[in-house]
Design a protein around this ligand. Structure first.
Ligand code: PLP
Length: 398
């Protein structure tokens, strides 16, 4: 008989009872160092006193009111996001896929309002991940995610990542814009070249199309800047956020320039839960922490320490790890043995990680980790790599 929870996930036989900072404790009391952070989502770690207190206080006041009314917590949060970024205006929703849907709808509507309703298509990239709704599996383009769900939603073209000529060749009179992850997450922690991002900005300006960035995974401080594209010194037309934005409370957002945001007139788009008081209180608490002076510099310094250690591991265990790549605290270790074996070896040592595409082991710790937790993670990875050496020998013999 089928389990009462639908079988759509491959779950580890592990359940957590509580968390504290960068650590999780399972129901048997065993302690794990969490370098997965609920897939780059628990940005402040577990049980962060400020986040917990703000959520509890807001829950006691009012949890939900709907967007029929003003929501002061949302107005405050939007103003802070506008002040901290390229954006002029913000739409709140509940997930990364929903944020990307909103971004694509806003791009299409912007074009329609400009008298170019034929410009509906979005250029996306190989190895992208944009979510699991019908439109976003089409934007993602991975045949594995599309199989069995009928004809893919129309309007998404795919080109190789970091290849400007391919992008330029794909632009037609029906193109509305480009959607790219500045650091591809699920696809294997592949960073876009900063020059490529700058070239995309220039290309969008040249052709009169819009640049959208999916920063659902790499945004909100993860790279050591508030938004990942800041490293390239560009201004996009819109950015989607989710995952870390509310520290593990479900939330998504579309940040946009006025020219795009103004297309979403009353009645054009909406979502019942989006920007509710509780989610906004959680996100405001996250901003209190990560926008505090010096916090992002600490993320940057910590990540540099982690990187040095990871590069040393690649040197030490070339038959297990072939490369460290990514940016800040979104790091991929490309494996020479199956990444799931390394993930399981790390788990056996008490370190939580997440697998990603291209046989990559993903490290996306809470942004509150510092050198001691990174030193511990590196030691656990060293032991995990040693566990994998027999597999590496077997792999080499193939
Ligand atoms: C996780 C992710 C999404 C989808 O987010 P959901 O909240 O699962 O819908 C979209 N884009 C990127 C880059 C992601 O990492």
């Amino acid at each position: 008989m089928i389990a009462s929870l639908m079988p759509n996930y491959n779950r580890a036989d592990l359940a957590f009872a509580r968390g504290e900072g960068a650590y999780l404790f399972d129901t048997a009391g065993r302690r794990f160092l969490d370098f997965g952070a609920g897939i780059a989502t628990s940005s402040l770690g577990h049980g962060h006193p400020h986040l917990v207190a703000e959520i509890a206080a807001q829950a006691a006041k009012v949890i939900h009111v709907s967007n029929l009314y003003r929501v002061p917590e949302a107005e405050k949060l939007a103003a802070r996001l506008v002040a901290a970024t390229f954006a002029d205006s913000v739409f709140f929703c509940n997930s990364g896929a929903e944020a990307n849907e909103g971004l694509v709808k806003a791009f299409r509507k912007t074009m329609a309002d400009a008298g170019k309703p034929e410009r509906t298509r979005i250029i996306c990239f190989e190895h992208a991940f944009h979510g699991r709704t019908l439109a976003m599996i089409a934007a993602t383009g991975n045949p594995k995610y599309l199989a069995g769900f009928g004809a893919p939603v129309a309007g998404f073209d795919h080109v190789p990542f970091n290849n400007l000529n391919a992008v330029r060749a794909a632009i037609t009179s029906e193109t509305a814009g480009i959607l790219i992850e500045p650091v591809q997450g699920e696809g294997g922690i592949r960073p876009a070249d900063l020059r490529f991002l700058r070239d995309l900005r220039a290309t969008c300006d040249e052709f009169g199309i819009l640049l959208g960035l999916d920063e659902v995974q790499c945004g909100m401080g993860r790279t050591g800047k508030f938004l990942a594209h800041e490293w390239a010194g560009i201004e996009p037309d819109a950015v989607s956020l989710a995952k870390g934005i509310a520290g593990g409370f479900p939330m998504g957002a579309v940040l946009a320039k006025e020219a795009v945001a103004k297309a979403l007139v009353p009645g054009s788009h909406g979502t019942t839960f989006g920007g509710g008081p509780l989610a906004c209180a959680a996100a405001n608490a996250v901003l209190d922490v990560i926008l505090a002076p010096g916090f992002m510099d600490e993320v940057d310094a910590t990540s540099r320490y982690l990187w040095r250690g990871l590069e040393a591991l690649v040197q030490k265990y070339p038959s297990v790890f072939t490369e460290a790549r990514g940016a800040g605290l979104i790091v991929g270790l490309r494996c020479a043995v199956p990444n799931m074996d390394v993930q399981n070896a790390a788990l056996a040592e008490g370190l939580l990680t997440v697998a990603a595409g291209d046989n990559v082991l993903r490290l996306v710790p809470p942004l509150i980790v510092r050198q001691p937790e990174c030193a511990e993670a590196l030691a656990l990875l060293d032991r995990a790599a040693r566990r994998c050496l027999p597999m590496a020998v077997a792999e080499a013999a193939k």
